[in-house]
Design a protein around this ligand. Structure first.
Ligand code: PGA
Length: 252
């Protein structure tokens, strides 16, 4: 069975004090209310990873980073390597979020390298793909997302790709309040899974968790997560409020 995962992507939000409060609330509610085997991840800003991780202690909630460098070490001011994250015991890292692609010019080629670095350090990459609005409107979204997955991940061995979590996040749904319908989400998740199956075989494709991201809220999560190829969510805005986020986790 594929792992069910709900990851909160805090992006560049919260002061340290607010981060501590949010962590404490999520940790408490997850312990008290979540009975199903869902992996819960908080992808915090780099500077909070260490303190959030120690605050979480033995909780089932895990931490993740929002990015890592494509380099191992050296003169790259401001960058954080996968090895550094590993040395701090961070298990997850988001790779290729659309905001990184859009504002920091990350392309499939760099993202393939970042994925390699994450895997080489024993981290689980949460690899993001998804089309902008104009691509959805001109009907080439399937081709674009297949290309993102292909160029970012298809150099991996069958063994390695099974260690990756994929997040399908249509750019037009991120932070806009405009969620993909469950039918649109299921269609694209199935496209991605079929594409992986064509290259690696059905068994490999069936073992990979594919998360949906883009305006996931407590009131639409259940319907999205009920889709057969949707294995959870990558949640931005709604992960900044503990009650809302935990309700999403409970819908999974
Ligand atoms: P959103 O963000 O939930 O605020 O739309 C999702 C994401 O960017 O991962």
């Amino acid at each position: 069975m594929r792992k069910k995962i709900v990851a909160g992507n805090w992006k560049m939000n919260k002061t340290w004090e607010e981060a501590r409060i949010l962590t404490a609330e999520v940790m408490g509610m997850v312990a008290d209310e979540v009975t199903r085997p869902v992996e819960v991840i908080l992808c915090t800003p780099f500077v909070y990873l260490s303190s959030v991780k120690s605050q979480l202690g033995n909780s089932r909630v895990k931490v993740g980073a929002q990015n890592c460098s494509e380099h191992d070490a050296g003169a790259y001011t401001g960058e954080i390597s996968a090895g550094m994250l590993q040395s701090m015991g961070v298990p997850y890292v988001i790779i290729g979020h659309s905001e990184r692609r859009q504002y920091f010019a990350e392309n499939n080629k760099t993202l393939a390298v970042k994925t390699d670095k994450a895997l080489a350090s024993g981290l689980t990459p949460i690899f993001c793909c998804g089309e902008p609005l104009e691509i959805r409107e001109n009907g080439t979204h399937e081709a674009l997302v297949k290309q993102q997955v292909e160029e970012g991940l298809f150099h991996l061995s069958a063994d390695a790709i099974q260690k990756v979590v994929i997040a399908y996040e249509p750019v037009w749904a991120i932070g806009t309040g405009k969620t993909a319908t469950s039918q649109q989400a299921q269609e694209m998740h199935a496209v991605i899974r079929r594409h992986i199956a064509a290259k690696y075989g059905q068994m490999v494709a069936d073992s990979i968790s594919i998360l949906y991201g883009g305006s996931v809220k407590a009131d639409n999560a259940k319907e999205l997560f009920a889709c057969p190829d949707v294995d959870g969510g990558l949640v931005g805005g709604a992960s900044l409020k503990s009650r809302e986020f935990v309700e999403i986790v409970k819908a999974c």
